[in-house]
Design a binder for this molecule. Structure first.
Ligand code: UDP
Length: 259
């Protein structure tokens, strides 16, 4: 793709200023070429972890595409004077990929709790009957399980799109270790997307997500998240602190390789 991606740096993490349609257009080009391409879905929790976890920061910043999954990043980009255009939830991107794959490209669902990947795949198959399912398998994000998971993936080849749901940062580390060995064209860390696709966890209505209150809904349905969600006020304070100190979110100097 000739056009350069515009990317913004939010507290050390690269976030690409793409719309959902643009992200899928990039993906469509990647499906016609040789892979693998890595897609990450940063949000405020990712950024707070990447502040101290340098290995995680490195995977995020080296990805081919970093879509703005969290509304907090859109808000931060505005506060820091370098706005990105819209939030692109990883779940919407993953579903868009399934739609894009049509009956031409094969999709594998890796991760989530027992039976969830298979349930997610079959619900999506009912919605998109053309879906070419390469397989669905929970596996495990631990490095000791890599060989066994790779054997399952090997048997499922060809795989064009690999969706990995181990939550951050496990899914990104899994992809960094293994994506090159799977033969897929696109690998994406999709977080809780299979829980939503399978219907096990209700998703916040679109209007609430657009208003930036996805976190409140998730907290209501999964109250055990409260500790993790402490990252959100910490992130907001950090952003406001930067703004008060006169910092702005700079353009990222080295946009993704997806050009
Ligand atoms: N998960 C998993 N193994 C793990 C940790 C998480 O399969 O060791 C799955 C979990 O079941 C869920 C998904 O990873 O389906 C994403 O988890 P979470 O909702 O915490 O991620 P988020 O969307 O917040 O990034």
């Amino acid at each position: 793709m000739a056009r350069r991606l515009k990317s913004v740096e939010i507290l050390g993490v690269r976030v690409d200023d793409v719309t959902l349609a643009e992200a899928l257009e990039l993906a469509a080009g990647w499906l016609r070429a040789d892979g693998p391409r890595l897609v990450v879905t940063p949000n405020a929790e990712f950024v707070m972890r990447a502040r101290w976890d340098l290995a995680f920061r490195k995977v995020l910043n080296g990805a081919d595409l970093a879509i703005p999954d969290g509304f907090g990043l859109v808000w931060a980009s505005r506060v820091l004077g370098n706005p990105i255009r819209e939030q692109v939830p990883g779940t919407d991107f993953a579903e868009g990929l399934v739609r894009l794959a049509g009956n031409r490209y094969r999709v594998f669902f890796l991760g989530a709790g027992p039976g969830v990947a298979a349930a997610a795949a079959s619900r999506l198959k009912a919605k998109y009957p053309g879906l070419q399912l390469a397989g669905a398998y929970p596996g495990s994000p631990h490095p000791e399980a890599d060989a066994e998971v790779l054997r399952v993936l090997e048997a499922a080849r060809p795989i064009d799109i690999l969706l990995v749901a181990y939550g951050a940062p496990k899914q990104e580390f899994w992809l960094r270790r293994n994506l090159g060995r799977v033969g897929a064209k696109i690998g994406v860390g999709v977080g809780g997307a299979f829980d939503f696709f399978s219907g096990r966890v209700p998703r916040a209505p679109a209007w609430l997500r657009r208003a930036g209150f996805d976190w409140a809904f998730r907290l209501a349905v999964q109250p055990w998240r409260w500790r993790r969600q402490l990252a959100l006020p910490a992130f907001a304070l950090r952003v406001l602190w930067h703004r008060l100190a006169g910092h702005r979110a700079p353009d990222w100097p080295f946009p993704g390789k997806g050009e």
